[in-house]
Design a protein around this ligand. Structure first.
Ligand code: SAH
Ligand code: DHB
Ligand code: MG
Length: 227
């Protein structure tokens, strides 16, 4: 698999720092989560602070009471999303790696969110099938951020666990423009392209994608609402 090595534009990083300073402030819980992730050897692929706050705001704008996340890592985005929930809200987050889930549970506990958040360990495709078979109540908001090869299937599973009006967000859909590379050797690019193909004229989803730059390089989010 070919790794892209395009550096982060220093101007993007400076603007992210400015946004952080002006609008995000310091957050001991989120900083501790990132420190615990690093100490645990987890990859540094969480959403950025500005992106995390955006997810938090989108969940609040949607009035989400039940949130589904696919791809927990150390729970950085989980914490931002769970903080958007009302007192009796629920967030279910799916993670393949037991080691990631363990770090995430400790971070979520430190955030005081254990009562609202459940981390389910296993391949998301299997956990989602069990959830669909188990008549899980519909989710109001879904954040998809796991293996990119699974994205089209995760959207279908999210639809099966949705109601009209449910918001679905997918991370990493631009990958430094790699999404245009039909001949890519990277399976993640093919997964992303399959996602776009799947959503092209989808009968049940109104969608767009927004490109982003910053400390997480040039990437983007796909946003959709269930009709
Ligand atoms: N949402 C997190 C980052 C997630 S990184 C944040 O922004 O803070 C992607 C995560 O998906 C990794 O922890 C990886 O282990 C997990 N993952 C990869 N394949 C998976 C699968 N098949 N099922 C569930 N999780 C998976
Ligand atoms: C990767 C995954 C992510 O969710 C991300 O935000 C960045 C990179 C990856 O699999 O490389
Ligand atoms: Mg991601």
């Amino acid at each position: 698999m070919v790794e892209r090595t395009v550096p982060i534009d220093p101007a993007w990083a400076r603007v992210d720092a400015y946004i952080g300073e002006k609008l995000l402030g310091t957050d001991a819980v989120l900083s501790a989560a990132l420190a615990a992730n690093a100490a645990g050897g987890l990859p540094d692929i969480d959403v950025s602070p500005a992106q995390g706050r955006m997810l938090h705001l989108l969940a609040r704008m949607a009035g989400a009471r039940r949130i589904l996340e696919i791809g927990t890592l150390g729970g950085y985005s989980t914490i931002e999303l769970a903080r958007a929930l009302p007192e009796n809200g629920r967030l279910v987050t799916l993670e393949l790696e037991p080691r990631h889930a363990e770090v995430a549970r400790a971070n979520i506990a430190r955030a005081g969110l254990t009562d609202r958040v459940e981390v389910r360990v296993g391949p998301a495709s299997e956990t989602l099938l069990a959830m669909i078979a188990g008549d899980e109540a519909p989710f109001d908001f879904v954040f998809i951020d796991a293996d990119k090869q699974g994205n089209a299937g995760y959207v279908d599973a999210a639809l099966a666990l949705s109601r009209p009006g449910t918001t679905i967000i997918v991370d990493n859909v631009v990958r430094e423009g790699g999404v245009l590379d039909a001949d890519s050797a990277d399976a993640r690019i093919h997964g992303t392209r399959a996602l776009f193909d799947h959503l092209a004229a989808h009968p049940r989803l109104t969608a767009t994608a927004v490109q982003t730059v910053g400390v997480k390089k040039w990437d983007g989010f796909l946003l959709a609402v269930v009709r």
